[in-house]
Design a protein around this ligand. Structure first.
Ligand code: 5GP
Ligand code: MG
Length: 475
Protein backbone atom coordinates (compact mmCIF):
# COMPACT_ATOMS: atom_id res chain seq x y z
CA UNK A 1 0.00 0.00 0.00
CA UNK A 2 1.38 3.44 -0.86
CA UNK A 3 1.23 5.39 2.33
CA UNK A 4 -0.89 8.35 3.23
CA UNK A 5 -2.21 9.20 6.67
CA UNK A 6 -5.67 7.80 5.98
CA UNK A 7 -4.66 4.21 5.50
CA UNK A 8 -2.70 3.98 8.73
CA UNK A 9 -4.42 1.86 11.34
CA UNK A 10 -4.80 3.25 14.80
CA UNK A 11 -2.97 1.72 17.73
CA UNK A 12 -1.98 2.16 21.33
CA UNK A 13 1.27 2.50 23.22
CA UNK A 14 1.12 -0.77 25.12
CA UNK A 15 3.50 -2.57 22.84
CA UNK A 16 6.91 -1.21 22.06
CA UNK A 17 8.60 -4.35 20.89
CA UNK A 18 10.43 -4.60 17.61
CA UNK A 19 12.69 -7.39 16.56
CA UNK A 20 13.36 -7.16 12.94
CA UNK A 21 15.58 -7.51 9.92
CA UNK A 22 17.18 -4.47 8.29
CA UNK A 23 18.98 -4.01 4.99
CA UNK A 24 20.50 -1.07 3.13
CA UNK A 25 22.37 -0.57 -0.13
CA UNK A 26 24.10 2.48 -1.65
CA UNK A 27 25.40 2.92 -5.18
CA UNK A 28 23.61 0.19 -7.11
CA UNK A 29 21.32 0.80 -10.08
CA UNK A 30 19.17 -2.13 -8.89
CA UNK A 31 18.96 -0.91 -5.29
CA UNK A 32 15.27 -1.70 -4.70
CA UNK A 33 15.47 -5.18 -6.31
CA UNK A 34 18.52 -6.06 -4.23
CA UNK A 35 16.86 -4.78 -1.08
CA UNK A 36 13.88 -6.99 -1.89
CA UNK A 37 16.21 -10.02 -2.15
CA UNK A 38 17.99 -9.02 1.06
CA UNK A 39 14.66 -8.82 2.87
CA UNK A 40 13.77 -12.24 1.45
CA UNK A 41 16.88 -13.69 3.12
CA UNK A 42 16.01 -11.91 6.37
CA UNK A 43 12.38 -13.03 6.40
CA UNK A 44 12.95 -15.18 9.52
CA UNK A 45 13.63 -11.98 11.49
CA UNK A 46 10.14 -10.64 10.91
CA UNK A 47 7.01 -11.75 9.13
CA UNK A 48 4.47 -9.14 10.07
CA UNK A 49 5.23 -6.38 7.57
CA UNK A 50 7.83 -5.44 4.99
CA UNK A 51 8.88 -2.18 3.38
CA UNK A 52 11.43 -0.55 1.12
CA UNK A 53 12.40 3.14 0.80
CA UNK A 54 14.47 4.10 -2.25
CA UNK A 55 16.19 7.31 -3.27
CA UNK A 56 17.01 8.58 -6.75
CA UNK A 57 19.36 11.22 -5.30
CA UNK A 58 16.63 13.86 -5.06
CA UNK A 59 13.61 12.27 -3.41
CA UNK A 60 12.68 9.16 -1.45
CA UNK A 61 9.81 6.83 -2.40
CA UNK A 62 8.40 4.39 0.14
CA UNK A 63 6.28 1.30 -0.16
CA UNK A 64 5.31 -0.87 2.81
CA UNK A 65 2.49 -3.19 3.76
CA UNK A 66 1.47 -6.00 6.08
CA UNK A 67 2.64 -9.50 5.19
CA UNK A 68 5.63 -11.45 3.94
CA UNK A 69 8.14 -9.86 1.57
CA UNK A 70 6.87 -11.94 -1.37
CA UNK A 71 3.27 -10.85 -0.71
CA UNK A 72 4.00 -7.17 -0.12
CA UNK A 73 6.08 -6.91 -3.31
CA UNK A 74 4.16 -9.41 -5.42
CA UNK A 75 3.35 -6.86 -8.10
CA UNK A 76 6.52 -6.07 -10.15
CA UNK A 77 5.27 -2.52 -10.77
CA UNK A 78 5.86 -1.78 -7.11
CA UNK A 79 9.58 -2.54 -7.23
CA UNK A 80 10.01 -0.72 -10.51
CA UNK A 81 8.27 2.28 -8.92
CA UNK A 82 10.99 2.40 -6.24
CA UNK A 83 13.55 4.19 -8.38
CA UNK A 84 17.10 5.11 -7.49
CA UNK A 85 20.51 3.74 -6.62
CA UNK A 86 20.13 3.63 -2.84
CA UNK A 87 17.52 1.88 -0.73
CA UNK A 88 16.77 0.58 2.75
CA UNK A 89 14.39 -2.20 3.75
CA UNK A 90 12.76 -3.60 6.85
CA UNK A 91 10.96 -6.77 7.97
CA UNK A 92 8.97 -6.37 11.14
CA UNK A 93 8.64 -9.13 13.66
CA UNK A 94 5.17 -10.29 14.50
CA UNK A 95 4.38 -9.76 18.17
CA UNK A 96 1.19 -10.73 19.90
CA UNK A 97 0.21 -7.17 20.71
CA UNK A 98 -0.13 -4.14 18.54
CA UNK A 99 0.40 -4.71 14.88
CA UNK A 100 -0.77 -2.91 11.82
CA UNK A 101 0.46 -0.74 9.03
CA UNK A 102 0.89 2.14 11.42
CA UNK A 103 4.06 0.55 12.78
CA UNK A 104 5.42 -0.92 9.56
CA UNK A 105 8.83 0.38 8.54
CA UNK A 106 10.78 2.11 7.05
CA UNK A 107 9.28 5.27 8.53
CA UNK A 108 9.59 8.27 6.19
CA UNK A 109 9.38 11.85 7.41
CA UNK A 110 9.94 15.34 6.13
CA UNK A 111 11.79 17.77 8.39
CA UNK A 112 13.87 20.95 8.18
CA UNK A 113 16.71 18.95 6.56
CA UNK A 114 14.42 17.38 3.92
CA UNK A 115 13.34 13.76 3.74
CA UNK A 116 14.71 10.98 5.91
CA UNK A 117 13.63 7.33 6.19
CA UNK A 118 14.55 5.01 9.06
CA UNK A 119 14.60 1.25 9.56
CA UNK A 120 15.21 -0.06 13.08
CA UNK A 121 16.00 -3.42 14.64
CA UNK A 122 15.97 -3.48 18.43
CA UNK A 123 14.10 -1.97 21.31
CA UNK A 124 14.72 1.37 23.00
CA UNK A 125 14.44 1.20 26.77
CA UNK A 126 13.87 4.90 27.46
CA UNK A 127 11.40 5.34 24.60
CA UNK A 128 8.22 5.83 26.65
CA UNK A 129 9.88 8.37 28.88
CA UNK A 130 11.21 10.40 25.94
CA UNK A 131 7.94 10.20 24.08
CA UNK A 132 6.01 11.48 27.07
CA UNK A 133 8.33 14.47 27.39
CA UNK A 134 8.01 15.26 23.71
CA UNK A 135 4.23 14.88 23.71
CA UNK A 136 3.95 17.24 26.65
CA UNK A 137 6.03 19.60 24.55
CA UNK A 138 3.52 19.39 21.69
CA UNK A 139 4.99 16.69 19.45
CA UNK A 140 2.62 14.70 17.28
CA UNK A 141 3.52 11.06 16.64
CA UNK A 142 2.33 9.13 13.63
CA UNK A 143 3.15 5.67 14.97
CA UNK A 144 3.16 3.90 18.30
CA UNK A 145 6.62 2.50 17.71
CA UNK A 146 9.72 3.47 19.65
CA UNK A 147 11.63 3.97 16.41
CA UNK A 148 9.81 7.18 15.51
CA UNK A 149 11.19 8.87 18.62
CA UNK A 150 14.65 8.94 17.09
CA UNK A 151 13.31 10.76 14.04
CA UNK A 152 11.80 13.39 16.34
CA UNK A 153 15.13 13.76 18.10
CA UNK A 154 16.90 14.18 14.75
CA UNK A 155 14.39 16.84 13.70
CA UNK A 156 14.96 18.72 16.96
CA UNK A 157 18.75 18.62 16.79
CA UNK A 158 20.51 21.95 16.38
CA UNK A 159 23.51 20.41 14.59
CA UNK A 160 24.13 21.33 10.99
CA UNK A 161 25.01 18.09 9.16
CA UNK A 162 22.65 15.13 8.99
CA UNK A 163 25.27 12.77 10.44
CA UNK A 164 25.80 15.07 13.43
CA UNK A 165 22.03 15.33 13.89
CA UNK A 166 21.81 11.51 13.94
CA UNK A 167 24.66 11.23 16.44
CA UNK A 168 23.10 13.96 18.57
CA UNK A 169 19.75 12.11 18.57
CA UNK A 170 21.22 8.72 19.37
CA UNK A 171 23.11 10.24 22.28
CA UNK A 172 19.77 10.53 24.06
CA UNK A 173 18.72 6.95 23.38
CA UNK A 174 19.35 3.94 25.61
CA UNK A 175 18.78 0.39 24.53
CA UNK A 176 19.16 -1.89 21.57
CA UNK A 177 19.26 -0.55 18.07
CA UNK A 178 20.61 -1.09 14.64
CA UNK A 179 19.36 1.86 12.62
CA UNK A 180 19.66 2.39 8.90
CA UNK A 181 18.75 5.90 7.76
CA UNK A 182 18.29 7.01 4.18
CA UNK A 183 18.32 10.62 3.01
CA UNK A 184 18.08 11.54 -0.67
CA UNK A 185 21.90 11.52 -0.91
CA UNK A 186 23.23 9.44 2.02
CA UNK A 187 22.85 6.15 3.83
CA UNK A 188 23.74 6.12 7.53
CA UNK A 189 24.00 2.86 9.49
CA UNK A 190 24.44 2.74 13.28
CA UNK A 191 24.83 -0.04 15.83
CA UNK A 192 24.22 0.81 19.47
CA UNK A 193 27.20 1.08 21.85
CA UNK A 194 26.29 -2.22 23.57
CA UNK A 195 26.07 -4.01 20.23
CA UNK A 196 22.89 -5.89 21.20
CA UNK A 197 21.78 -6.70 17.65
CA UNK A 198 23.97 -7.80 14.75
CA UNK A 199 24.76 -5.60 11.75
CA UNK A 200 27.33 -6.30 9.07
CA UNK A 201 28.92 -4.47 6.18
CA UNK A 202 29.30 -5.86 2.67
CA UNK A 203 30.47 -4.74 -0.73
CA UNK A 204 29.59 -5.50 -4.32
CA UNK A 205 31.74 -3.66 -6.85
CA UNK A 206 31.28 0.00 -5.98
CA UNK A 207 28.16 -0.47 -3.90
CA UNK A 208 28.08 -0.77 -0.12
CA UNK A 209 25.58 -2.92 1.73
CA UNK A 210 24.57 -3.16 5.37
CA UNK A 211 22.41 -5.98 6.74
CA UNK A 212 21.32 -7.63 9.97
CA UNK A 213 22.87 -10.94 8.92
CA UNK A 214 25.33 -12.00 6.24
CA UNK A 215 22.79 -14.34 4.56
CA UNK A 216 21.35 -11.14 3.05
CA UNK A 217 24.71 -10.46 1.38
CA UNK A 218 24.98 -14.01 0.01
CA UNK A 219 21.68 -13.79 -1.85
CA UNK A 220 22.91 -10.81 -3.91
CA UNK A 221 26.47 -12.20 -4.31
CA UNK A 222 27.93 -9.39 -2.24
CA UNK A 223 31.14 -9.84 -0.30
CA UNK A 224 31.11 -9.88 3.52
CA UNK A 225 33.50 -7.22 4.81
CA UNK A 226 33.02 -7.12 8.59
CA UNK A 227 30.68 -6.71 11.52
CA UNK A 228 29.86 -3.07 12.21
CA UNK A 229 31.34 -2.16 15.61
CA UNK A 230 29.21 -1.32 18.65
CA UNK A 231 28.70 2.44 18.68
CA UNK A 232 29.93 2.77 15.09
CA UNK A 233 28.22 5.17 12.68
CA UNK A 234 28.83 4.51 8.99
CA UNK A 235 28.09 7.33 6.59
CA UNK A 236 27.90 6.23 2.98
CA UNK A 237 27.53 8.69 0.11
CA UNK A 238 28.92 9.27 -3.38
CA UNK A 239 32.31 10.17 -1.87
CA UNK A 240 32.60 6.72 -0.28
CA UNK A 241 32.31 5.43 3.25
CA UNK A 242 33.21 7.15 6.49
CA UNK A 243 33.22 5.72 10.01
CA UNK A 244 32.51 7.67 13.19
CA UNK A 245 31.92 6.57 16.77
CA UNK A 246 29.05 7.48 19.10
CA UNK A 247 30.42 9.27 22.18
CA UNK A 248 28.85 6.88 24.73
CA UNK A 249 31.11 4.13 26.03
CA UNK A 250 29.22 1.05 27.17
CA UNK A 251 30.03 -2.56 28.00
CA UNK A 252 29.55 -5.01 25.14
CA UNK A 253 26.26 -6.92 25.27
CA UNK A 254 25.80 -9.00 22.11
CA UNK A 255 22.47 -10.85 22.35
CA UNK A 256 23.30 -14.50 22.98
CA UNK A 257 19.79 -15.52 21.91
CA UNK A 258 20.77 -14.56 18.34
CA UNK A 259 23.11 -17.59 18.40
CA UNK A 260 20.60 -19.84 20.15
CA UNK A 261 17.50 -19.16 18.10
CA UNK A 262 17.10 -15.98 16.16
CA UNK A 263 19.75 -15.83 13.43
CA UNK A 264 20.05 -18.19 10.49
CA UNK A 265 22.76 -20.86 10.84
CA UNK A 266 24.25 -19.91 7.46
CA UNK A 267 24.83 -16.32 8.67
CA UNK A 268 27.78 -14.55 10.23
CA UNK A 269 26.75 -12.38 13.16
CA UNK A 270 29.01 -10.49 15.57
CA UNK A 271 31.88 -11.63 13.33
CA UNK A 272 31.23 -15.35 13.98
CA UNK A 273 29.46 -18.18 12.14
CA UNK A 274 26.10 -19.04 13.70
CA UNK A 275 26.33 -22.68 12.61
CA UNK A 276 29.63 -23.13 14.42
CA UNK A 277 28.39 -21.64 17.69
CA UNK A 278 25.04 -23.44 17.56
CA UNK A 279 26.78 -26.80 17.05
CA UNK A 280 28.99 -26.05 20.04
CA UNK A 281 25.88 -25.40 22.13
CA UNK A 282 24.67 -28.89 21.19
CA UNK A 283 28.05 -30.48 21.93
CA UNK A 284 28.26 -28.81 25.35
CA UNK A 285 24.73 -29.99 26.08
CA UNK A 286 25.71 -33.60 25.25
CA UNK A 287 28.76 -33.34 27.53
CA UNK A 288 26.76 -31.88 30.40
CA UNK A 289 23.62 -34.01 30.04
CA UNK A 290 24.33 -37.34 28.36
CA UNK A 291 21.56 -39.85 27.80
CA UNK A 292 21.10 -43.56 27.05
CA UNK A 293 19.15 -43.43 23.81
CA UNK A 294 18.83 -44.87 20.31
CA UNK A 295 18.42 -41.71 18.26
CA UNK A 296 18.72 -37.90 18.48
CA UNK A 297 16.05 -35.79 16.80
CA UNK A 298 15.58 -32.00 16.59
CA UNK A 299 12.51 -29.83 16.90
CA UNK A 300 12.88 -28.39 13.41
CA UNK A 301 14.11 -26.01 12.15
CA UNK A 302 15.55 -23.88 14.92
CA UNK A 303 17.09 -26.80 16.88
CA UNK A 304 18.51 -28.71 13.87
CA UNK A 305 22.07 -27.46 14.20
CA UNK A 306 22.28 -27.92 17.98
CA UNK A 307 20.87 -31.45 17.58
CA UNK A 308 23.65 -32.27 15.10
CA UNK A 309 26.17 -31.08 17.68
CA UNK A 310 24.52 -33.25 20.34
CA UNK A 311 24.55 -36.31 18.06
CA UNK A 312 28.17 -35.80 17.09
CA UNK A 313 29.40 -35.40 20.67
CA UNK A 314 27.29 -38.25 22.08
CA UNK A 315 27.82 -40.70 19.22
CA UNK A 316 24.05 -41.30 19.08
CA UNK A 317 22.62 -41.38 15.54
CA UNK A 318 20.87 -38.21 14.28
CA UNK A 319 17.51 -38.89 12.66
CA UNK A 320 14.81 -36.71 11.16
CA UNK A 321 11.88 -37.65 13.35
CA UNK A 322 9.69 -34.58 12.91
CA UNK A 323 8.72 -32.90 9.66
CA UNK A 324 7.81 -29.26 9.75
CA UNK A 325 5.27 -27.69 7.42
CA UNK A 326 6.66 -24.38 6.20
CA UNK A 327 3.51 -23.10 4.53
CA UNK A 328 1.35 -22.23 7.49
CA UNK A 329 0.71 -18.48 7.40
CA UNK A 330 -2.06 -17.22 9.62
CA UNK A 331 -4.27 -20.12 10.59
CA UNK A 332 -7.62 -19.96 12.28
CA UNK A 333 -7.91 -22.65 14.92
CA UNK A 334 -11.17 -23.28 16.68
CA UNK A 335 -10.44 -23.39 20.46
CA UNK A 336 -12.19 -26.80 20.71
CA UNK A 337 -10.01 -28.26 18.00
CA UNK A 338 -6.97 -26.88 19.74
CA UNK A 339 -7.55 -29.19 22.67
CA UNK A 340 -6.42 -31.88 20.26
CA UNK A 341 -3.11 -30.02 19.77
CA UNK A 342 -4.14 -28.94 16.29
CA UNK A 343 -1.77 -25.95 16.29
CA UNK A 344 1.24 -28.18 16.85
CA UNK A 345 -0.05 -30.82 14.40
CA UNK A 346 -0.39 -28.17 11.71
CA UNK A 347 3.27 -27.34 12.20
CA UNK A 348 4.87 -30.74 12.93
CA UNK A 349 4.21 -34.35 11.95
CA UNK A 350 6.16 -37.28 13.44
CA UNK A 351 7.88 -39.82 11.20
CA UNK A 352 6.53 -42.96 12.86
CA UNK A 353 8.92 -45.37 11.12
CA UNK A 354 11.83 -43.51 12.68
CA UNK A 355 10.34 -43.15 16.16
CA UNK A 356 8.42 -46.36 16.91
CA UNK A 357 9.90 -48.30 19.83
CA UNK A 358 12.92 -45.97 20.07
CA UNK A 359 14.42 -44.20 23.08
CA UNK A 360 14.79 -40.69 21.72
CA UNK A 361 16.66 -37.55 22.66
CA UNK A 362 14.66 -34.52 21.51
CA UNK A 363 16.84 -31.43 21.17
CA UNK A 364 15.02 -28.09 21.44
CA UNK A 365 16.69 -24.67 21.28
CA UNK A 366 14.68 -23.01 24.05
CA UNK A 367 11.65 -23.38 26.28
CA UNK A 368 9.70 -20.20 26.77
CA UNK A 369 6.18 -21.04 27.94
CA UNK A 370 6.60 -24.79 27.52
CA UNK A 371 3.54 -25.13 25.30
CA UNK A 372 5.34 -26.39 22.17
CA UNK A 373 7.12 -29.20 23.98
CA UNK A 374 4.11 -30.27 26.01
CA UNK A 375 2.16 -30.88 22.81
CA UNK A 376 5.14 -32.34 20.95
CA UNK A 377 5.87 -34.89 23.65
CA UNK A 378 2.24 -36.09 23.39
CA UNK A 379 2.62 -36.30 19.61
CA UNK A 380 5.86 -38.28 19.88
CA UNK A 381 4.28 -40.73 22.35
CA UNK A 382 1.36 -41.29 20.01
CA UNK A 383 3.92 -42.02 17.28
CA UNK A 384 5.26 -44.85 19.45
CA UNK A 385 8.43 -43.40 21.01
CA UNK A 386 9.51 -45.69 23.88
CA UNK A 387 11.27 -42.98 25.92
CA UNK A 388 11.47 -39.21 25.40
CA UNK A 389 14.46 -37.33 26.82
CA UNK A 390 14.30 -33.59 26.19
CA UNK A 391 17.58 -31.66 26.00
CA UNK A 392 17.49 -27.87 25.62
CA UNK A 393 20.45 -26.05 24.05
CA UNK A 394 20.01 -22.94 26.23
CA UNK A 395 19.50 -22.34 29.97
CA UNK A 396 16.00 -21.78 31.44
CA UNK A 397 14.50 -18.48 30.20
CA UNK A 398 13.56 -16.76 33.45
CA UNK A 399 13.61 -13.03 32.75
CA UNK A 400 11.94 -10.79 30.18
CA UNK A 401 13.98 -9.19 27.41
CA UNK A 402 13.90 -5.41 26.86
CA UNK A 403 16.18 -5.46 23.87
CA UNK A 404 14.07 -6.74 21.04
CA UNK A 405 13.52 -10.46 21.53
CA UNK A 406 9.84 -11.05 22.11
CA UNK A 407 10.26 -12.77 25.44
CA UNK A 408 8.40 -10.39 27.72
CA UNK A 409 5.16 -10.29 25.78
CA UNK A 410 4.86 -14.05 25.63
CA UNK A 411 3.12 -14.09 28.97
CA UNK A 412 4.43 -16.63 31.38
CA UNK A 413 8.00 -17.78 31.26
CA UNK A 414 7.60 -21.26 32.66
CA UNK A 415 11.11 -21.37 34.16
CA UNK A 416 10.54 -18.18 36.16
CA UNK A 417 8.22 -19.99 38.53
CA UNK A 418 8.97 -23.73 38.07
CA UNK A 419 12.10 -25.82 38.55
CA UNK A 420 13.41 -28.31 35.99
CA UNK A 421 11.67 -31.25 37.65
CA UNK A 422 8.23 -29.61 37.53
CA UNK A 423 8.78 -28.45 33.94
CA UNK A 424 9.67 -32.04 33.01
CA UNK A 425 6.42 -33.19 34.60
CA UNK A 426 4.47 -30.43 32.88
CA UNK A 427 5.73 -31.37 29.41
CA UNK A 428 5.39 -35.09 30.16
CA UNK A 429 8.95 -36.11 29.21
CA UNK A 430 10.92 -39.00 30.76
CA UNK A 431 13.79 -36.62 31.48
CA UNK A 432 14.62 -32.97 30.88
CA UNK A 433 17.92 -31.11 31.02
CA UNK A 434 18.93 -27.59 30.03
CA UNK A 435 22.36 -26.33 29.04
CA UNK A 436 24.01 -24.46 31.94
CA UNK A 437 24.84 -20.75 31.70
CA UNK A 438 28.54 -21.68 31.93
CA UNK A 439 28.15 -24.24 29.14
CA UNK A 440 26.38 -21.67 26.97
CA UNK A 441 29.14 -19.11 27.54
CA UNK A 442 31.79 -21.72 26.66
CA UNK A 443 30.18 -22.08 23.23
CA UNK A 444 30.32 -18.40 22.20
CA UNK A 445 33.51 -16.72 20.98
CA UNK A 446 34.04 -14.26 23.86
CA UNK A 447 31.95 -14.89 26.93
CA UNK A 448 32.21 -11.43 28.53
CA UNK A 449 30.87 -9.65 25.47
CA UNK A 450 27.36 -11.11 25.57
CA UNK A 451 23.98 -10.17 27.05
CA UNK A 452 22.55 -13.11 28.99
CA UNK A 453 19.78 -11.16 30.74
CA UNK A 454 16.91 -13.48 29.77
CA UNK A 455 18.73 -16.35 31.52
CA UNK A 456 20.54 -14.58 34.35
CA UNK A 457 18.63 -11.35 35.02
CA UNK A 458 21.90 -9.40 34.58
CA UNK A 459 20.63 -6.51 32.51
CA UNK A 460 23.33 -4.39 30.86
CA UNK A 461 21.15 -1.24 30.97
CA UNK A 462 18.97 0.23 33.69
CA UNK A 463 15.67 -1.68 33.62
CA UNK A 464 12.77 0.53 32.56
CA UNK A 465 10.85 1.36 35.70
CA UNK A 466 7.28 1.15 34.45
CA UNK A 467 7.99 -1.97 32.46
CA UNK A 468 8.53 -4.74 34.82
CA UNK A 469 7.35 -4.31 38.36
CA UNK A 470 4.66 -6.92 38.15
CA UNK A 471 6.65 -9.28 35.97
CA UNK A 472 9.48 -9.19 38.47
CA UNK A 473 7.22 -9.78 41.43
CA UNK A 474 6.09 -12.99 39.71
CA UNK A 475 9.65 -14.28 39.42
P1 5GP B 1 7.32 -22.27 23.99
O1 5GP B 1 6.39 -23.16 23.28
O2 5GP B 1 8.10 -22.93 25.08
O3 5GP B 1 6.63 -21.01 24.45
O4 5GP B 1 8.38 -21.71 22.94
C1 5GP B 1 9.51 -22.44 22.59
C2 5GP B 1 9.60 -22.55 21.10
O5 5GP B 1 9.55 -21.24 20.50
C3 5GP B 1 10.89 -23.19 20.61
O6 5GP B 1 10.56 -24.11 19.59
C4 5GP B 1 11.71 -22.05 20.03
O7 5GP B 1 12.43 -22.46 18.87
C5 5GP B 1 10.68 -21.03 19.67
N1 5GP B 1 11.14 -19.65 19.93
C6 5GP B 1 12.09 -19.20 20.78
N2 5GP B 1 12.19 -17.87 20.71
C7 5GP B 1 11.30 -17.45 19.81
C8 5GP B 1 10.94 -16.15 19.29
O8 5GP B 1 11.50 -15.11 19.66
N3 5GP B 1 9.94 -16.15 18.36
C9 5GP B 1 9.31 -17.28 17.92
N4 5GP B 1 8.35 -17.17 17.01
N5 5GP B 1 9.63 -18.49 18.40
C10 5GP B 1 10.60 -18.58 19.32
MG1 MG C 1 11.63 -23.93 17.54
Amino acid sequence: MFINNKNLLSGTMDQLKECCGVFGIFGDSKAAEKTYLGLYALQHRGQESAGIAASNGKAITLYKDMGLVCTVFSNPDILSGLKGSSAIGHNRYSTTGLSGLINAQPILIQFKGGQIAAAHNGNLVNALQLRKLMEEDGSIFQTTSDSEIVLHLIARSKKSSIEDMVIDALNRIEGAYCFIFLTPSKLIAVRDPYGFRPLCLGKDGNSHIVASESCALDIIDAQYIRSIDPGEVLIIDRNGIQSKQLPQKRRRAFCIFEYIYFSRPDSMIFGEKVDKTRRKLGKKLAEESPCEADIVIAVPDSANTAALGYAQASGIRFEIGLIRNHYIGRTFIDPDQNERDLDVKIKFNPVTGVLRGKRIVVVEDSIVRGTTLKKLVRLLRTAGAAEIHVRVSSPPVKFPCFYGIDISSRGELIASSSDVESICKHIGADSLAYLSVEGMLDAVPERKLHCTACFTGNYPTAVPENFCKEQFSAI
